[in-house]
Design a protein around this ligand. Structure first.
Ligand SMILES: [Zn+2]
Length: 280
């Protein structure tokens, strides 16, 4: 699933092209993907996107008429600019130059969503989301307040979109490794120094990933984020910091990857799925 860095890199890399010319038409909008019907998508024809932005894991394309096209790619959505339409294209915004914006979704589950919203409806859709971690207003104090307001184990805290916006399973793993903190440490029991370390890891890890991914986003949303991971999806590989083998704990919907030496005082956490398999 694309997270803040991939999406932010897309915004930075594609903003110029997508605001450069008026929209010609919206020739494809799959009924399973469209979440709104009023205003109609066809009303975008002849308008121009004046801003391309992001809030949490949603991309926001605002047209000069005031409506915003909101795209949430969920787990299997892809976004290319200037590519070819395929059978799995769920949304196409066509431009005169042919640099069309194309959202597709692989697999059979239709989870990605597209909305066209006026300003009030947009504000209501975004109302529940927590602070943006790359915004200058995201200070150590803001993080400290949400750590106690939304208490959880740190991995779950980072994935909670109401606590902090735009982070998913992959960057939660990367951030906690960078912070030298256990995925299971309780957010409300963090020492002051650890709050500062976590804040530096959140902003530093996400900021560096955006910088790395912008040059890879020239033809759309990059799918190459995994090439830069330190621990995520790297089971049994050596930790880049200490050389210990990366371990994991598997859940139905996500997997926690961590380095025991760097993050849990050398303790290997029980992998419930593995121990269940061994019992059977
Ligand atoms: Zn390590």
């Amino acid at each position: 699933m694309p997270e803040l860095p991939e999406l932010e890199a897309f915004v930075i890399a594609q903003r110029g092209a997508l605001t450069a010319e008026p929209i010609e038409s919206v020739p494809i909008a799959h009924f399973a993907t469209m979440k709104t019907i009023d205003p109609p998508l066809g009303s975008l024809a002849g308008q121009r996107f004046t801003s391309v932005g992001r809030r949490a894991k949603r991309l926001l394309f605002t047209a000069d008429g005031g409506d915003t096209l909101m795209v949430h790619l969920m787990s299997a959505g892809k976004l290319v600019v200037g590519g070819k339409r395929t059978k799995s294209s769920m949304l196409v915004v066509a431009f005169p130059s042919g640099r069309d914006l194309i959202m597709s979704e692989t697999g059979h589950k239709r989870r990605a969503g597209v909305w066209l919203l006026g300003p009030d409806a947009l504000a209501a859709e975004l109302d529940h989301l927590g602070p943006e971690p790359l915004d200058p207003s995201y200070t150590v104090d803001v993080l400290a307040a949400s750590l106690t307001a939304r208490p959880h184990k740190l991995h779950a805290f980072l994935r909670d979109q109401r606590a902090v916006a735009g982070i998913g399973r992959a960057f939660a793993n990367e951030i906690l490794w960078a912070a030298l903190l256990s995925p299971y440490q309780r957010s409300a029991a963090l020492a002051d120094g650890d709050v500062e370390k976590l804040h530096a890891a959140i902003t530093g890890t996400l900021g560096a990933a955006v910088e790395r991914l912008v040059p890879l986003s020239g033809s759309g949303l990059t799918t190459k984020a995994d090439r830069g991971y330190a621990v995520h999806d790297r089971l049994a590989e050596p930790c880049p910091r200490c050389g210990d083998a990366i371990r994991r704990v598997s859940f139905d919907e996500h997997t926690v990857f961590y380095c025991p030496t760097c993050q849990t005082g050398g303790r290997v956490l029980a992998d419930r799925r593995l121990s269940r398999l061994l019992r059977e």
